[in-house]
Write a protein that binds this ligand. Structure first.
Ligand SMILES: [Zn+2]
Length: 329
């Protein structure tokens, strides 16, 4: 296959820092990806990236139709929206001079609907036509179809831009962050969340890590993410890590599977029970066990959770699967 022919050749230079010192880490196989999926790491800035890569059109096409994130049941979408709102947007409530909020990669609009219910004036950008149509139809939201880079030059600026689980999918993180900066008012906030290459789940799991799949073209740790933000003119204010509801139960972590798989079949379920029991009782776990079923229930949960200030996010950059950074224009 065409992608395989260049597998051993490094890219000409790191797309983030320009250095010519990339080292190949792994060659992986993923269903639906042509050939092998090679991950390299820049030895200068630390960013991890897939190379060689499919053409941009092929990458964009894979988000239409049956992209797995868009087929989640509503409870899971509301659970995730509540967790995201409470952890990432909650801390900015009342701290911005205006209330215009943009969600980049808004999927079916659950977070936007929730944020509007909390008083934000919301809009979204979404690459999948189907997901955007669903967001508009179900919640009557303003969604622009395409990438942020497509729209950045002709939309009114926002006080806050949030983007979760997007930057690892884009073909140029630099252009993506520049577009975020372009749509922020001076002093506006952006929150970017992405899988945490520097986290201990990745260190423990290696190529079994939950954060690896054929859609993730760039992976960051705290240092490479900060550097990218600062290179694009955004000042890093805070950085935290967390684990989202879907990965929170240790019984189902792929990184731990080799341990329990070595046990006799009769003991495997006991091992899983033990791992479940050992999982810290955090917000993701609570939302998994008792997810909100609709917008009203989600709003009630947010109100309650913001009042009790849950310790969902840790200031450690190591503990969680995801890394979130708060930056200012
Ligand atoms: Zn680099």
């Amino acid at each position: 296959m065409m992608l395989d022919q260049n597998l051993a050749k490094p890219p000409r230079g790191c797309e983030l820092c320009g250095a010519n010192v990339a080292r190949r880490l792994w060659s992986l196989h993923f269903d639906g990806y042509p050939g092998r999926f090679s991950l390299w790491q820049c030895q200068c800035c630390g960013v991890v990236f897939n190379w060689p890569r499919q053409p941009s059109e092929a990458i964009h096409d894979q988000y239409n139709g049956d992209y797995y994130v868009f087929s989640s049941p509503p409870e899971r979408c509301w659970g995730r929206a509540v967790q995201t709102y409470v952890s990432l947007l909650g801390p900015l409530e009342g701290r911005c001079p205006g209330n215009r909020l943009l969600d980049v990669g808004c999927a079916q609009g659950h977070l936007l609907a929730l944020a509007r219910g909390r008083g934000w004036c919301v809009e979204g950008v979404e690459i999948s036509q189907e997901a955007a149509a669903s967001a508009s139809a179900e919640f009557d939201l303003t969604i622009r179809v395409g990438t942020l880079e497509d729209h950045a030059s002709h939309i009114d600026p926002f006080n806050v831009v949030i983007s979760t689980d997007v930057i690892e999918h884009v073909t140029s993180p630099q252009r993506f962050v520049q577009a975020i900066r372009q749509v922020l008012v001076p002093g506006g906030w952006a929150i970017v969340e992405t899988p945490n290459w520097g986290g201990w789940w990745r260190r423990l799991g290696g190529r079994r890590w939950l954060g690896l799949n054929r859609f993730h073209l760039f992976l960051f740790d705290g240092q490479s993410l900060s550097r990218l933000m600062e290179d694009c003119g955004l000042a890093v204010s805070e950085m935290r890590s967390s684990t989202s509801a879907s990965g929170v139960d240790w019984a189902w972590r792929p990184e731990l599977a080799p341990l329990s798989n070595r046990l006799p079949a009769g003991l495997q379920w006991r091992a899983r029970k033990l791992l479940s029991w050992a999982t810290p009782r955090n917000l993701g776990m609570a939302l998994n066990q008792n997810p909100p079923r609709n917008l009203d229930e989600a709003l009630v949960r947010v109100e309650h959770l913001l009042a009790v200030r849950p310790e969902n996010y840790t200031s450690s950059r190591l503990l969680g699967d995801n890394l979130a950074v708060w930056v200012r224009a």
